[in-house]
Design a protein around this ligand. Structure first.
Ligand SMILES: NC(=O)c1ccc[n+]([C@@H]2O[C@H](COP(=O)([O-])OP(=O)(O)OC[C@H]3O[C@@H](n4cnc5c(N)ncnc54)[C@H](O)[C@@H]3O)[C@@H](O)[C@H]2O)c1
Ligand SMILES: [Zn+2]
Length: 381
C-alpha cells in the first residue's frame, strides 16, 4: 500500500507574501541568512508582520550547509523567545536550519505546537515542502539528510519577488538542483504516478525556463516558473525520494564545500550513464532497464528527441552538459580549483558516505562502494 499527501499549504502567485499579514500567530521568530537581512529583503517580511500586529524577533546566524553548532544556537533562541511560529526565509540552508532548529527545540521544550512557515529565496531545493533537512557535521566532514514527517513546514510561501536578486551563478546552481531532484524522483525505486506527474512538469519547466532565468535576471516570467518548478520537484522527491546523485553530491559537498546544486549538476551525467548502463560505447540491446524509458521520456520533455533509446539517453547527457556550459558551470572537479591529491585521497571516504547516504537507498541501480569510487574518479577530469 502506498499513500500520497501534501501536508504543507502552499501560497503562491503575485503578492503571496501578503499571507504573512493574516497569520494566526502573535509571536514569531524569523530565521534567515545574513544576506537577506543586509540586502533589505527582510523588510518585505517584517513590514507585513508589523501590519498584522504580530510581534517578532530575528535570528540570522545561518551559513550555507548548516552545521550542528548553528542549530544548537538556534534552539537556544527558540527556547528563550518561545515563539508560536517560526518563519524561515532564505535558500535551502536557511530553511533546513530552521527545520532542524524547530525539531530539536521540540525535543528540549516538549512543545510540538510551534508552526513553521517556509519562504524560499532561491528556486532550487524545494525544502519548503519536504520532510528533509540536510545538516553538516563539520568535525566528521559529513553532510547528511534528516528525514522525518515532523520536519514538514506548516505553510510555504512562493513569492518570486524574493528571487529577483539571485545572481546568475546561483540561478545556475539552484536550477540544476531542481532538474536533478525531478530526474532522481522520476527514476527512483519509489516513483509513483503522483510523483511522476510532478517530476514531469518540473522537468518541462526547466527545459523552457532555466536558461532564460540564467541569461536575464529581469525575465520575471521565467523566474516565476522556476520558483514553481522548484516546489513541484520538491513535492516529487518528497514522495519518491532521491538517489545516488544526491548521495554523491552530499559526500563531495561536505568534503570540498562545493555548492549543492553545482555538485549535483557535475554528477548528473555520470549517474544517468551509470543508472541506464548507456555510455558513448553502447550498442542497441533487446531490453533496457526500466529507468531508460524514464530518461527517454525526460529527454522528450526537455525537447531532446532522438532516434532510439541509446541515442536519446546520450542526447539527454549532452543536453545537460550543454546547459552547464551555457551557464558557465564547471563540468568536472578539476575545474573547481580542488587539489587533485587531496581529492583522490578523499575518494574512499566519500564513496563510503555516498553509499550509506539516506538518499542512495532509492537509486534505481544498487551501487557498490567500488562503483561509486569509480564514478568519483571519472568526475575529476
Ligand atoms: N531540505 C531539502 O529538501 C533540501 C533539498 C536539496 C538541498 N538541500 C540543502 O539546501 C542547501 C542549499 O540551498 P540553496 O541551494 O538554496 O543555497 P543556500 O541557501 O546555501 O544559499 C546560497 C547563497 O545564495 C544566497 N541567497 C539566497 N537567496 C538569495 C537571493 N534572493 N538573492 C541573492 N542571494 C541569495 C545565500 O545568501 C547564499 O550565499 C544545501 O545545504 C543542500 O544540501 C535541502
Ligand atoms: Zn538537491
Amino acid at each position: 500500500m502506498k499513500s500520497f499527501d501534501i501536508k504543507t499549504k502552499i501560497y503562491f502567485g503575485d503578492n503571496a507574501l501578503d499571507r504573512l499579514e493574516a497569520l494566526p500567530y502573535k509571536r514569531v521568530l524569523v530565521i534567515t541568512d545574513p544576506f537577506i537581512e543586509k540586502s533589505g529583503m527582510l523588510q518585505a517580511i517584517t513590514y507585513r508582520l508589523t501590519n498584522g500586529n504580530i510581534e517578532f524577533d530575528v535570528f540570522t546566524d545561518v551559513v550555507p550547509d548548516p552545521p550542528i553548532e548553528k542549530i544548537t544556537a538556534g534552539v537556544e533562541k527558540v527556547v528563550s523567545y518561545n515563539p508560536e511560529c517560526i518563519v524561515a526565509v532564505g535558500g535551502g540552508s536557511a530553511l533546513d536550519e530552521a527545520k532542524a532548529i524547530r525539531e530539536f527545540a521540540r525535543k528540549v521544550t516538549g512543545n510540538n505546537e510551534v508552526a513553521l512557515i517556509a519562504i524560499p529565496t532561491t528556486s532550487g531545493t524545494g525544502s519548503e515542502v519536504t520532510s528533509f533537512a540536510v545538516v553538516t557535521d563539520s568535525a566528521q566532514g559529513i553532510k547528511y539528510p534528516l528525514v522525518s514527517e515532523d520536519l514538514l513546514p506548516t505553510e510555504a510561501i512562493l513569492d518570486a519577488e524574493l528571487v529577483k536578486s539571485v545572481p546568475a551563478s546561483i540561478t545556475a546552481d539552484t536550477g540544476m538542483d531542481v532538474l536533478t531532484h525531478a530526474l532522481e524522483a522520476y527514476v527512483s525505486t519509489e516513483n509513483n504516478e503522483f510523483s511522476n506527474a510532478l517530476a514531469e512538469k518540473a522537468i518541462e519547466i526547466c527545459g523552457t525556463f532555466l536558461l532564460r532565468s540564467y541569461l536575464d535576471n529581469n525575465d520575471t516570467h521565467a523566474r516565476k516558473k522556476m520558483h514553481v518548478a522548484s516546489c513541484l520537484a520538491g513535492l516529487a522527491f518528497n514522495s519518491a525520494s532521491l538517489g545516488l546523485n544526491h548521495g554523491i553530491a552530499h559526500a563531495i559537498g561536505a568534503q570540498f564545500h562545493i555548492p549543492h546544486g553545482r555538485a549535483n549538476a557535475m554528477v548528473l551525467p555520470h549517474i544517468i550513464e551509470y543508472n541506464s548502463d548507456i555510455n558513448k560505447h553502447s550498442k542497441s540491446r533487446p531490453t533496457y532497464s526500466p529507468c531508460v524509458k524514464k530518461y527517454v521520456n525526460a529527454a522528450k520533455l526537455l525537447g531532446v528527441n532522438n532516434f532510439n533509446e541509446i541515442t536519446t539517453v546520450r542526447a539527454l547527457v549532452s543536453y545537460i552538459q550543454f546547459l552547464m556550459k551555457e551557464m558557465n558551470m564547471p563540468l568536472s572537479i578539476s575545474q573547481c580549483q580542488i587539489d587533485k591529491n587531496e581529492y583522490f585521497n578523499a575518494i574512499d571516504k566519500m564513496a563510503e558516505h555516498a553509499v550509506n547516504d539516506a538518499c542512495t537507498k532509492t537509486n534505481p541501480r544498487v551501487p557498490t562502494k567500488m562503483e561509486v569510487a569509480s564514478i568519483l574518479e571519472h568526475l575529476y577530469e
